[in-house]
Ligand binder design. Structure first.
Ligand code: FMN
Length: 503
């Protein structure tokens, strides 16, 4: 296999991913926006494989760059040419002609791909779900339905942003659907009638056993394929709802049983990450008859405090509240919960629908490799729109084809056993040294500073500014690899016996 080449988001960072992108309409070959999105969503390899045979940028005056809403700030021509010159030669295969490999299933019901909208505002009306289905989403977990009144606060969101302005972590204090149960049932009927092959996962929340039972039955009667029990919203105004339930396994079991009494379709319990371990609630859901588990809902959080008003965000008339954190920042926490659920022997056979921070096909792949049979997404859709499905599906399809897998189902859980609950199982007798690529190194010295002040003082800057490693001091921690802004530090491909390290 050739060395995998890709172009990173940071290299297209000035692109704002416009709607109706002028770069694309000004390009005779109609390439730029798709290419830039491919780079942004970590899909540069499949994007490169899909480009027309000849590079249309050669000899072109780049009208795309002039038409750009940030004229001259995005090196569109250069990036497309790099897709041709650097990335494409490292691709192993042509882009697959069909999406058959992406077929998945949720509790035995077919999905055209593993990607669903997760329950939230992104799946809260007929029109929104219909547009998402047309765009290529396999289904939607509809915004949680309840039989009580919902009055939302304004504003209701706050965010932690990255250096290019993109949302990394997102806090919401939103509650449930503000449509009546009858209105939502009407939406289910129309969706099922017009999109029979799309998966409708009806998210519900009751106040007592009777409501859980009644709501699950109504969802089935009106066309839902499965029901998701919201035991996990952290933003409820009254006690005893949402994540208050998910924290008490006895309640999870009792209310899952109630919802199962009301319907004959599969039931998934959506669990909260606001617990020390998700296993007691997962096993309780199973005892109550759940067919699957959805995780994670949002994590209780405070995103920041305004230093002038002295109020946390978002401020609602000078007052804030703890709220649910989501988006790419929560992915490591979500992956941990997925791996724990997948590794629990008592839960084997339960479908896991994973979510929390998925933005790219590679994020989704990680959830699948750790045990998710389907994946759900909200925050990335709120930020970038339903169109992200193009790069999610094409990127995952390309990966599967390149690796020779026939189906998503073949890879579910393949990495689950690679992670153990404790670190005592790890081999500690050998060291993996860093390897410096001096042709890429710009001599900034960041590796030396970090190693000196946060590592083991094993790196010094040579006369040319480039790193010189003292092998006897290096412990192979890889801090230097992680801090290098030029990705100029890799690793040796051989582990060295600690006892044989040069002294
Ligand atoms: C604005 C907003 C509203 C949400 N509303 C619901 C909801 O009604 N029911 C529910 O089960 N989860 C709700 N969620 C949680 C999401 O479905 C999902 O579990 C969580 O956001 C993690 O995924 P993400 O990082 O892709 O957003 C909401 C999330 C957000 C950001």
């Amino acid at each position: 296999m050739t060395f995998e080449k890709k172009i990173y988001r940071s290299e297209a960072v000035n692109c704002v991913l416009c709607g109706n992108a002028r770069c694309e309409s000004s390009c005779p070959a109609g390439i730029p926006a798709k290419a830039l999105r491919g780079i942004w969503f970590d899909n540069s390899r499949c994007t490169a494989a899909k480009l027309p045979q000849e590079n249309p940028c050669i000899g072109c005056t780049a009208p795309c760059e002039k038409a750009c809403v940030r004229p001259g700030k995005v090196p569109i021509k250069e990036l497309i040419s790099r897709l041709y010159d650097e990335v494409r030669p490292s691709t192993e295969i042509a882009a697959p002609a069909d999406n058959n490999r992406l077929r998945a299933e949720l509790c035995g019901i077919p999905l055209e791909n593993p990607f669903l909208l997760s329950s939230s505002v992104v799946a809260s009306t007929y029109d929104m779900c219909a547009r998402a289905f047309e765009a290529g989403w396999a289904g939607a977990a509809f915004k949680t339905i309840c039989a009580f009144d919902i009055h939302e606060a304004s504003p209701r969101f706050s965010a932690i942003k990255g250096s290019s302005g993109e949302i990394i972590g997102f806090k919401n204090i939103e509650q449930l659907s503000d449509h009546s149960v009858a209105e939502n049932m009407e939406i289910f009927r129309r969706l099922k009638q017009n999109y029979p092959s799309k998966f409708i996962l009806a998210s519900i929340m009751g106040r007592n056993e009777a409501e859980w039972e009644e709501l699950s039955g109504m969802c089935e009667e009106n066309g839902a394929d499965a029901v998701e029990l919201n035991f996990s919203c952290p933003n409820m105004a009254e006690d005893g709802l949402g994540s208050d339930i998910g924290q008490i396994p006895e309640l999870v079991e009792q209310l899952t049983r109630a919802a199962k009494r009301g319907c004959n379709i599969p039931v998934l319990a959506k669990l909260t990450p606001n617990v020390a371990s998700v296993i007691p609630a997962g096993e309780a859901a199973m005892r109550g008859g759940a067919d699957g588990i959805a995780a994670i809902n949002t994590i209780k959080s405070i995103t920041g405090v305004n230093p002038h008003t002295l109020v946390a965000a978002p401020s609602v008339h000078g007052q804030s509240a703890l709220g649910g954190y989501s988006g790419n920042a929560v992915k490591p926490i979500a992956l941990r919960f997925i791996a724990e659920l997948a590794r629990d022997k008592n839960l084997s056979g339960m479908h896991i629908s994973g979510m929390g921070g998925i933005e790219t096909w590679q994020d989704a792949l990680e959830f699948i490799l750790l045990g998710s049979g389907s994946v759900q997404i909200t925050t990335a859709v709120m930020q970038y729109g339903y169109r992200i499905i193009d790069d999610l599906t094409s990127g995952l399809n390309y990966y599967l084809a390149e690796k020779g897998y026939d189906s998503v189902k073949d890879i579910v859980g393949l990495a689950a056993d690679s992670v153990s609950d404790t670190t005592d199982v790890l081999e500690r007798d050998t060291v993996l040294f860093p390897k410096f690529d001096h042709s890429k190194c710009i001599g900034c010295g960041r590796c030396a500073i970090s190693c000196s002040d946060g590592g083991h003082s094993a790196i010094r800057q040579g006369d040319d500014g480039k790193p010189v490693l003292n092998g006897s001091k290096c412990v192979g921690c890889h801090l230097c690899v992680l801090v290098c802004p030029e990705r100029a530090i890799g690793t040796l491909n051989k582990r060295i016996d600690r006892s044989k390290k040069k002294s």
